[in-house]
Design a protein around this ligand. Structure first.
Ligand code: SF4
Length: 379
């Protein structure tokens, strides 16, 4: 596939202001099978991603009425690695026609069992520059518990292939599934495979999923904290830059930082969220409704200035770096102390936040108990 002239040539130029640009999210609502813990919008399909879905996505992207400039594309799901190479290339081509891409981070999510050497090289050739790989664990018993299709050997092989082609790639891991003793070994194997980015989330037993009935298996808070701290210790070569995310220098996810900075993003595809002009909206979740009217919103909420300010703080306090006071003032025209002085003082007294002249940021305790910060800010 190398050098095929049909592949899109992405019109990349360097931005003056990263923060004035959009993140683009594409939702692929299909998986090969449905994992029993997962509450993402996706349905199991036996074959390829239907062309009708690609037609709808392309039409939605081409007809998008909004900003031109974008700093990232994230093809997520669902399982985007079910897309054929032609479908990936078509999506990128349509996006490159509609948006000016500024040295964009272009990520595709992949399941370990879809990864082949040819496919990964081909993604690179069509313009993908980052892969986010669903590994979850290197323990077969854990993977079976989670209902994953791959085993540990397949996950290792997928990591080796992705790591041999992409310098910038993420490994998704889950802790809290039995046997809990396997978590350290999973972290050890992660280190030997040297992803540039690791996302480590605790397993949740969500309502409406088959795992809801297994919630008695959930680990308690002490076990959760122990496993969380094991990740912090073993991934100490990485910057623990967000409560669940770790990056080698220069490899923080530019796309996800847009969410954590509460900046604007445009989502395309069934059930995709957008945040534009102070409005948070969501496309139709039902595939038939989405295909009939791509881009039509099933819900749209205009956020008040206060809601946007509060969410901006909550999101920034997920980040180790926290919030730069000058950024808040530039964005909202008032100092953060004027708006939230009392509640911030309370959180500092409780040891959840700390501040200096320029920044307010979560302490290590504020990282573990991040929900407490959010709760205090919305009260
Ligand atoms: S592959 Fe990912 S998106 Fe699909 S069901 Fe499993 S966890 Fe959910």
């Amino acid at each position: 596939m190398n050098g095929n002239n049909d592949w899109p040539c992405l019109n990349i130029r360097r931005p003056d202001r990263l923060d004035a640009m959009l993140a683009i999210y594409i939702h692929i609502p299909f998986c090969r099978t449905k994992c029993p813990y997962c509450d993402f919008v996706s349905r199991a399909i036996p074959g390829e991603v239907p062309e009708a879905c690609l037609d709808a996505l392309c039409s939605e992207i081409s007809g998008f009425e909004g900003p031109m400039d974008a700093l990232s594309i994230y093809i997520g799901g669902g399982t985007p690695s079910l897309l054929s190479l032609e479908q990936v290339a078509r999506l990128l081509k349509v996006i490159a026609r509609r948006f000016r891409l500024h040295d964009a981070e272009i990520t595709i999510e992949a399941n370990s069992d879809d990864v082949t050497t040819d496919l990964v090289h081909s993604w690179h050739d069509v313009g993908i520059n980052r892969v986010s790989l669903g590994v979850q664990s290197f323990n077969d018993e854990t993977l079976r518990y989670l209902g994953r299709r791959h085993d540990a050997a397949t996950a290792r092989r997928a990591c080796e292939i992705v790591g041999s082609v992409f310098e910038n790639w993420n490994m998704d891991l889950i802790f809290g599934a039995p046997p809990v003793e396997a978590w350290k070994s999973t972290l050890g194997q992660c280190l030997t495979l040297r992803p540039s980015h690791v996302a480590a989330y605790g397993l949740t037993y969500e309502e409406g999923t088959p795992f809801e009935l297994r919630s008695d298996d959930a680990i308690n808070e002490d076990q959760w904290l122990t496993m969380y701290q094991q990740a912090e210790e073993m991934l100490s070569a990485y910057d623990h830059y967000e409560i669940s995310n770790y990056a080698l220098p220069g490899h923080a996810s530019r796309h996800n930082l847009v969410y954590w900075h509460n900046e604007e993003y445009a989502g395309f595809g069934a059930a995709a969220y957008s945040f534009l002009n102070g409005i948070r909206s969501r496309n139709h979740e039902e595939l038939a409704a989405y295909l009939a009217c791509p881009g039509e919103k099933m819900e749209a909420l205009t956020l008040s200035r206060k809601e946007i300010r509060t969410e901006t703080l909550i999101q920034h306090f997920r980040l180790r770096q926290g919030l730069r006071k000058a950024i808040y003032k530039e964005r909202f025209g008032r100092s953060v102390e004027e708006d939230y002085g009392e509640v911030l003082t309370g959180l500092i007294k409780r040891g959840l936040l700390e501040e200096d002249a320029d920044w307010i940021k979560p302490t290590p305790l504020g990282f573990y108990l991040n929900n407490e910060i959010g709760l205090a800010l919305v009260e």
